[in-house]
Design a protein around this ligand. Structure first.
Ligand code: SF4
Length: 449
């Protein structure tokens, strides 16, 4: 996981509750909020990696590839568009070195990697030679042969048949195409580097290579999105018939080009659809996908065949797996401690050149905070099992979360049926807003990132 921008929970709540889209993060990716992770927490991280692993805790690997052809106007990730081949090669060597340093630590134990995720940025920005060298280096240190999933994010315009073949050959099982929209004007005005003809070509090559799973990403409510265009996006998606579809609702965090332009023009409202419209668009897309046999697997994802298609990275992360995160600004979680790497390129690479792990802040959540984290992340699936939390945390979540559950029930979004806590579709489509109800009071008005 990569760098999030700064916002307050109140701003995020207000922006999604109200009609307009204003500045701030909406998406909740972790808990406690990143702003409570501190430099002192880095020592706790040192202690966590020196302990043997907890029994039955899977181990995953995340690698942040922070390079892109262009910076999208809505992007808030740590990315670079100006690094030459030498700088990129240096970065990849640093990441390989980072894994070597971790390999010597007791927390790995005798675990094999269960899942691997190449995120960004744009992992497919790497050349075939860079990709091959990088993955050879990583596999030499920690083999992948037992991993159940290797996920890889791509920008369609960076893909050639030769590169896609290399991506398939390194063992990628889940190819994720960042399509976002099927209209050239909308792609252009939002600063995307790719165009529609590249989408069709990339998808076709990927299908020919028989990747086990192809996911496509869309964003509902990009700048200048219209009702008609969104309908065409849904139709095009159905024509491609990918294994899974992930749809995000457009948010406008602080460090985006869109917000910079809003600030310069003295505007408080972002030039994108309001939250109700974005939710309706996702609802319509989900309904169209369901009509074609897809199943809604989370607040953001539809899968074509749920017996064959899973998303192990997401499911394991939301169930408390260890995530060994490599790369600049990456977020990981090991042995009960959250950590984040140096968030600038040079300090990250320099730490590794000096033989040091590049961790700059961390946090060890309390047992209650771990429970909240896992509970809220699993609610993004739309349902949660009480028994699971009883067995894992020895806690009756119906009692522990009685007040927020009642509140969300009163709003008409939640039911409890037997062992299951369920969100209905309207609740699911605004789950990130609802999750704040479960936060501890001290985390409700702090900066989120
Ligand atoms: S491709 Fe993704 S990571 Fe790169 S600039 Fe665009 S949104 Fe950001």
């Amino acid at each position: 996981m990569s760098e999030k921008t700064e916002t307050t929970i109140e701003q995020a709540k207000t922006s999604s509750k109200g009609k307009d889209t204003t500045v701030g993060n909406y998406f909740v990716s972790n808990y406690p909020p990143f702003s409570s992770w501190k430099n002192e927490g880095a020592d706790e991280f040192e202690a966590a990696i020196a302990r043997p692993p907890s029994p039955d805790t899977p181990l995953g690997l995340y690698l942040h590839i922070p390079f892109c052809r262009k910076r999208c106007h809505f992007c808030y990730f740590r990315v670079y568009t100006d690094k030459n081949a030498a700088a990129i090669n240096g970065y990849l060597k640093a990441a390989a070195k980072e894994l070597e340093l971790y390999r010597q630590q007791p927390f790995i134990g005798d675990r094999d990697l269960d899942f691997i995720y190449f995120g960004g940025g744009t992992p497919s920005y790497l050349s075939v030679d860079q990709l091959t060298q990088l993955t050879d280096d990583l596999k030499r240190t920690l083999p992948w042969d037992k991993a159940r999933e290797v996920a890889f994010e791509c920008e369609p315009g960076t893909l050639t048949p030769h590169k896609l073949k290399a991506i398939r050959d390194i063992g990628v099982t889940r190819l994720s195409l960042g399509i976002e929209n099927f209209d050239d004007h909308i792609l252009e005005i939002n600063g995307r580097a790719h165009r529609t003809k590249e989408i069709g070509r990339a998808y076709e090559y990927a299908r020919e290579l028989e990747f086990p799973q192809i996911n496509i990403d869309l964003i509902a409510g990009m700048v200048e999105e219209t009702e008609d265009n969104w309908k065409r996006c849904i139709e095009k998606t159905l024509e491609l018939s990918p294994d899974s579809v992930t749809i995000y609702q457009m948010e406008v965090p602080y460090n985006t080009t869109i917000y910079k332009e809003m600030r310069e023009a003295g505007k408080l409202v972002a030039p994108v659809a309001d939250w109700e419209t974005k939710r309706r668009w996702v609802k319509e897309a989900f309904a169209a996908l369901e009509a074609e046999g897809y199943t809604i697997g989370s607040a953001y994802t539809a899968v074509k065949d749920k017996t064959k298609t899973s998303f192990i990275y997401r499911d394991q992360l939301w169930a408390g797996a260890d995530l060994l995160a490599l790369g600049v600004a990456s977020f990981g979680h090991i042995g009960g401690t959250h950590y984040q790497n140096q968030h600038d390129f040079e300090p990250y690479v320099n730490d590794l050149l000096d033989g040091k792990l590049p961790v700059y802040r961390g946090l060890t959540p309390s047992d209650d905070e771990r429970l909240i984290r896992e509970f809220i992340l699993q609610l993004k699936l739309g349902r949660s099992s009480c028994q699971y939390f009883n067995e894992k945390f020895n806690t009756d979540v119906l009692k522990r979360f009685a007040a927020p559950l009642q509140q969300i029930k009163d709003w008409g979004f939640l039911t409890v049926e037997g062992d299951e806590i369920r969100l209905n579709r309207d609740g699911l489509l605004q789950v990130d807003r609802l999750l704040h109800e479960f936060f501890l009071p001290e985390h409700r008005n702090v900066r989120y990132a």
